[in-house]
Design a protein around this ligand. Structure first.
Ligand code: ADP
Ligand code: ASP
Ligand code: MG
Length: 813
């Protein structure tokens, strides 16, 4: 004997029922078969919804019932030949009239009891099973239909009745001995109490009916046919990367289903486990797929964690108070109060100080729990020994399940740090002593992210997904997008990173695309999107709450620099090409770094100094490895280098500056470069990264620019420079006469930073600098005689984009 159960989607309509018939007709060739079916997909929900509408006095329950009737009539008409339809059609009509009568009663009374709920929802399976039985017969496959309510006997806890296994087992055995057939068709989910009143086994309960049949008949196997190809490593609706679990033990399957894996109804495993009946989860829509085999022991498959699941609608109730410490009986009384109300306890944690007991329950029972517990402890509350029960809602549980976890230390560490890195706050933790399960209570809004983060941590060793939100699509931005596109394959293959641009914005337009903007056509996509709004862009990032999120600022905009704090504290990393934040007031710079530390995000700005050159990364590496910075000398302005490398008095200084601007080296206002402000910002950032608390006002600027040039508009600036040509020529000649070159040098030494023009002789490390080169010399404990030198192009869209790229990779760790 074998038992096969087909769920709601598998029997949703005639077309699907045909698939079921073809699967079953193969199966019955090998063994006699018990077929347990659900209601046509969605019908249970519709029936219960109609009942609720009726109880609320809403006449539209009739429309729902009409629709239910139509669904069944259509199924009959497509499955059964016209000549044989009439009996079944009138059965459907008669049943639907009965449902309507019951709903009318509910409508008049405005009262819906659990008993009526069960009565109404029982029609779903009752009808589907008769239609399916007739459909087999129409195909020439004889079968026996039996109403499960006559076999499965329960107590009278309507909507969630408990099975009396003894009576049920006897009735099933008796029936099957007396009625021989190769195929039996039975409704799942429905049962009756000892008085013969209809009960149900709880939502999803058809699986359980099938398991009860399998156990009572000592079947050779139980197959649960559904709409996925097996039990998966996580809910496929929450993570696209969920994989089929080929083998799993009863215990693990039970834990996973208890903690939310809807694919099997939790009580299903128990009856078959005690008889060691193998259970297969199979896909009606892909019957050739292997599916999942659930057995006593499952082979190890290299994964320590077998699966991840989650339950929503959890409330955490906490009983707290100094009066509880050391006094026995508090937990007993708490659990008694809950159990008297039939409130199911899902998770328990108690602090070792015994100062509080925290229990996870179904949120719907929270008000009831509050009342029961506060009454039970009324005395202690009055005496202020304990607080009134504290209730927190909008919580969920995520659980890791796997029997092998106990032999691997560090799993919970990995679990919590992966969530921590992504800003998922953990409210309570529970780990069974058998260590088959580690659960954490988190906010419901973080569930999807947590599941994905954990799935990535424990199952997707192949790659990690990084979600970018980029603002700024100018020279550097568009080069970055091109580099990301070009490197996508390499990153996936060599670095195991799947980097997607989920949000893209410039000053005009913005775009979100959760499965990633196609980098081949981002301009078109952005063009067709909505007008940009910084605030909604930031909110969009926060609301999406995606794991490994990075905000990339490739603007020079002050407003954009002011949103970093909002993102960092949501564990979104910030990669800034924009210098404004790192060179703002020290307190702001510090705050952003602290937020990044506190919320496990990164705040990175390598390109603020020397574009793509690894200046800050090198400095950080030196400091982190215990070296101390004594002195930094650097030439950090691409513009000033260009100007002094090209100016030799043969044409005017102003014209060389203008050339630098046309070639794109300068800031939009070239005076920021010429006046040294840009270089001051850079040396300040290096000083800060060396550990110095320093502000712009403390940096000495020995400017070579005549003050007259620094006033008025940019055009005035060029005019004034022409007038001062003699001044610039003199500077040049003084240096040349000594065999030196002019370099605008930034220095940091003994806590002081300064910038200014210097004569550099040919022996000096700063002498040989060409084009837009930058150079930084680090003098440290370890590099005391000869400095460590970082040198190379310090400006340009491509190198800057590659520096941003490098920061993105750093932030992806
Ligand atoms: P049926 O109607 O066949 O009983 P259910 O809807 O009750 O089907 O259960 C199957 C659904 O369970 C799948 O479509 C899937 O979305 C969901 N599900 C949740 N967690 C898991 C998991 N870990 N593995 C497989 N499916 C899961
Ligand atoms: N039809 C019932 C439900 O939707 C039982 C089941 O399908 O397992 O809950
Ligand atoms: Mg189900």
């Amino acid at each position: 004997m074998q038992v096969l159960k087909f769920g709601g989607t598998s029997v949703a309509n005639a077309e699907n029922i045909d698939r079921v018939i073809s699967i079953v007709s193969e199966k019955i060739k090998s063994d006699s078969t018990v077929l347990v079916v659900s209601a046509l997909g969605g019908v249970t929900d519709l029936l219960l919804h109609a009942a609720v509408l009726a109880s609320e006095g809403d006449e539209s329950f009739r429309e729902k019932l009409n629709y239910i009737e139509q669904r069944h009539l259509e199924a009959v008409k497509s499955l059964i030949p016209v000549t044989h339809q009439s009996q079944l059609l009138s059965l459907v009509k008669k049943s639907c009239n009965e449902i309507e009568d019951i709903c009318n009663g509910i409508f008049l009374l405005r009262e819906l009891t659990d008993r009526s709920r069960d009565r109404i929802s029982s029609y779903g399976e009752w009808l589907s099973s008769q239609i399916i039985s007739a459909a087999f017969r129409a195909k020439g496959i004889e079968n026996v239909w039996k109403d499960s309510r006559e076999l499965v006997v329960t107590n009278s806890v309507f909507t969630n009745a408990e099975v009396d296994f003894e009576i049920t087992g006897e009735r099933i055995k008796e029936f099957f001995v007396e009625n021989k057939s190769t195929l039996y068709v039975l409704p799942g989910f429905i049962a009756s109490d000892k008085q013969g009143v209809t009960t149900t086994l709880g939502r999803g309960g058809s699986d359980y009916t099938a398991a009860i049949m399998a156990a009572s008949l000592n079947a050779a196997l139980l197959e649960i046919w559904t709409d996925v190809s097996g039990m998966m490593t996580a809910d496929p609706r929450l993570t696209a990367n969920a994989k089929i679990i080929p083998h799993i033990s009863y215990q693990e399957a039970m834990e996973l289903s208890h903690f939310g894996a809807k694919v099997i109804y939790p009580p299903t495993i128990q009856p078959v486990m005690s008889r060691n009946i193998p259970v297969w989860i199979k896909n009606t829509f892909a019957p050739a797929d292997n599916g999942t085999l659930i057995e006593a022991t499952a082979s190890r498959n290299g994964n320590i964690v077998r699966g991840i699941s989650s339950i929503n609608h959890i409330a955490l109730i906490s009983l707290e108070g100094s009066g509880m410490v050391g006094i026995p009986g508090f937990s007993r009384r708490l659990f008694e109060a809950l159990s008297n109300e039939k409130i199911n306890v899902i998770l328990i944690t108690q602090s070792s100080s015994e100062h509080s007991i925290c229990v996870g329950i179904n949120a719907a029972s929270a008000p009831q729990a509050k009342q029961a517990v506060d009454t039970a402890f009324a005395n202690e509350i009055a005496l202020k020994k304990v607080e009134p029960l504290i209730i927190e809602t909008e919580l969920s549980i995520v659980a890791l399940v796997g029997e092998n976890m106990k032999s691997h230390p560090g799993i919970s560490g990995r679990m919590f740090s992966a969530m921590g890195r992504n800003g998922v706050n953990i409210r309570a933790i529970a780990q069974g002593s058998s260590e088959k399960n580690i659960s954490a209570v988190i906010s419901t809004r973080d569930v999807k992210k947590a599941i994905n983060v954990l799935h990535e941590e424990f199952f997707e060793t192949a790659y990690k997904q990084v979600n970018l939100f980029i603002t700024g699509t100018g020279n550097v931005g568009s080069r970055l997008l091109a580099q990301l596109r070009q490197q996508a394959q390499y990153l996936q293959q060599k670095m195991h990173l799947q980097v997607r641009v989920v949000g893209l914005s410039n000053s005009r337009r913005m775009l979100f695309k959760e499965d990633g903007v196609d980098l081949g056509s981002w301009e078109n996509q952005l063009g067709g999107s909505v007008p940009a709004n910084l605030n909604s862009f930031v909110q969009g990032i926060i609301d999406r709450n995606l794991r490994n999120s990075i905000f990339v600022d490739i603007t020079a905009n002050e407003e954009v620099a002011s949103v970093y704090d909002r993102l960092l504290q949501k564990s979104v990393s910030v990669v800034a090409c924009n210098k404004i934040a790192a060179s703002s007031a020290f307190s702001n710079y510090r705050k952003l770094k602290d937020l990044a530390d506190e919320f496990n995000s990164h705040f990175l700005f390598e390109t603020n100094v020397g574009a793509g050159l690894p200046v800050i990364a090198t400095l950080n590496d030196l400091v982190r490895s215990g070296d101390r910075i004594h002195q930094i000398d650097a030439v950090l302005s691409g513009t000033l280098n260009f100007v002094f490398n090209n100016y030799d008095g043969t044409r005017s200084f102003a014209s060389v500056v203008r050339q630098a601007q046309t070639e794109g080296y300068t800031e939009p206002d070239p005076r920021l470069d010429l006046g040294g402000v840009d270089v001051m910002r850079k040396i300040m950032i290096l000083a800060r990264e060396s550990g110095e608390m320093i502000e712009m006002s403390e940096i000495e600027n020995r400017s070579f620019m005549p003050p007259s040039c620094m006033q008025g508009t940019v055009e005035d600036f060029y005019k004034e420079m022409e007038k001062e040509e003699a001044h610039f020529k003199k500077l040049y000649e003084e240096a040349r006469d000594k065999g030196c070159k002019l370099k605008f040098v930034a220095s940091f030494k003994n806590g002081k930073a300064s910038v200014g023009l210097q004569h550099i002789n040919p022996e000096h490390d700063l002498y040989h600098l060409y084009g837009k080169d930058n150079v930084v010399l680090f003098y440290t404990d370890r590099y005391s005689e000869q400095p460590m030198v970082v040198k190379g192009a310090g400006a340009g869209a491509d190198v800057t984009a590659s520096g941003v790229f490098a920061d993105i990779l750093r932030a992806s760790k």
